[in-house]
Design a protein around this ligand. Structure first.
Ligand code: SAH
Ligand code: SF4
Length: 390
């Protein structure tokens, strides 16, 4: 358990640049959008396809930060680009490194908003947990992000920018293909409901999957949703990534309180969308996430109902010990209870890994995101108050 591990944190605060240019950002444009943008600034039509390819490679294979670094483009063309466009990523405000190696980035985006991105290193691979919104409009009662009032959708650039920032920090640009990847997997499990921001999430993931760039396989990208049923169909068709469902309850009555979107799209409707998800097979299974809440959803009867409900769906069940946050209204199930629940699920033939909480000492575990931001805000507010009082 990381909660009792000694806290050895590397906490850096990076000075902020104020302002920022209002020029269009080339990061986050799809190839088609990039072609239109280059056309609009007078790039000769015959050159556009080649220029798109060159710029794409500089941005997404080499990770350059400046047009000056695009050395196979003429000086004049580079000048044209820098007069008309910017290459901008979210800004790192703080980076914390947990005693277990988990890194949490607090990123600042346009409007002064802040979002969190978490990198979880594992043997021979690493998972980046990215955010899709500032806060979340849904109000799942066990989730800290759901208590955050301020909400806006992230742009495509801000979503793909999280991957770029992590690759910058881990010095992962320009490595030969086939090299061991530090960021080998992406999970859309940070702040926000990705399927309330489907278009931008889709474009960002298509950029991350592009063969001539970051080149992540669609099977290494997992989108987690609380159950926005109509958008699940689009995610399957337009992104083709792996799907995780925040299931968390086995009756509509309980799911209505834990995951309130259930009142709009109930368990039966949600499971039908899962059954219809394209390409399901043993190799491409749906993950059912199930947060273990003491005396709320963790009984043997729940475990048996769960396996009955998902019967016939190629699935794995990811049991998540509840991660508490200040003022949270639930308790984590005991380890004995989690094990007993897992055994019933296992005996029914489903893999049911228990998700080890990672980065708890820096509040980076599932559902804890927001607090660093909130705390930072509070302390800034306190500082302002103190100054006022002087
Ligand atoms: N909005 C999306 C993705 C972000 S949440 C969704 O709900 O699926 C990622 C996962 O963490 C979800 O399964 C969510 O239910 C779970 N989670 C939220 N709060 C948690 C907490 N306090 N402890 C453990 N898991 C939590
Ligand atoms: Fe939003 Fe997901 Fe948290 Fe629910 S669990 S409030 S959908 S981020």
């Amino acid at each position: 358990m990381t909660a009792t591990a000694p806290i050895t944190q590397d906490f850096i605060t990076i000075p902020r640049k104020e302002g920022g240019s209002a020029l269009p950002n080339l990061i986050g444009m799809t190839r088609a959008q990039l072609a239109v943008a280059l056309d609009e600034v007078g790039t000769p039509p015959k050159q556009i396809k080649m220029r798109v390819g060159q710029i794409w490679q500089w941005i997404y294979t080499k990770g350059v930060h400046s047009f000056d670094d695009m050395t196979n483009l003429s000086k004049d063309f580079r000048a044209l680009l820098s007069m008309n466009f910017q290459l901008s990523r979210p800004e790192i405000v703080t980076r914390q490194i947990s005693s277990d190696g988990t890194r949490k980035y607090l990123l600042r985006i346009a409007g002064g908003h802040e979002v969190e991105t978490v990198y979880i290193p594992e043997t021979n691979r690493g998972t980046l947990c990215i955010s899709s919104q500032v806060g979340c409009t849904l109000t799942c009662t066990f989730c800290h992000t759901g208590t955050q009032k301020l909400v806006r959708n992230l742009t495509t650039a801000e979503i793909v920018g999280q991957i770029m920032v992590a690759r910058d920090d881990l010095e992962e640009w320009g490595k030969p293909p086939g090299d061991k990847r530090l960021v080998s997997n992406i999970v859309l499990m940070g702040m926000g409901e990705p399927l309330y921001n489907t278009d931008n999430v889709r474009d960002a993931m298509l950029i991350a999957m592009d063969d001539a760039g970051i080149s992540l396989s669609r099977r290494r990208i997992t989108l987690s949703t609380s159950g926005v049923v109509p958008e699940i169909i689009r995610a399957g068709a337009e992104i083709g990534c792996m799907l995780a469902i925040s299931f968390h309850a086995t009756t509509d009555a309980v799911r209505d309180t834990l995951v309130p979107i259930n009142r709009k799209h109930n368990i039966q409707e949600l499971l039908q969308a899962c059954r219809d998800y394209p390409r399901l097979s043993n190799a491409e299974r749906i993950t059912f996430e199930y947060v273990m809440l003491k005396d709320v959803n963790d009984s043997d009867a729940d475990a048996r109902r769960l396996v009955r409900l998902i019967k016939g769906i190629p699935a794995k069940i990811n049991l998540i010990p509840f991660n508490p946050w200040p003022g949270s209204p639930y308790e984590r199930s005991s380890w004995e209870r989690i094990e007993a629940f897992a055994e019933i699920v296992n005996n029914a033939g489903y893999a049911s890994p228990v998700r080890t909480p990672r980065g708890e000492d820096i509040m980076a575990a599932c559902g804890q995101l927001k607090s660093a931001t909130e705390r930072a805000r509070k302390s800034r507010a306190q500082i302002a108050k103190e100054i006022e009082g002087q």
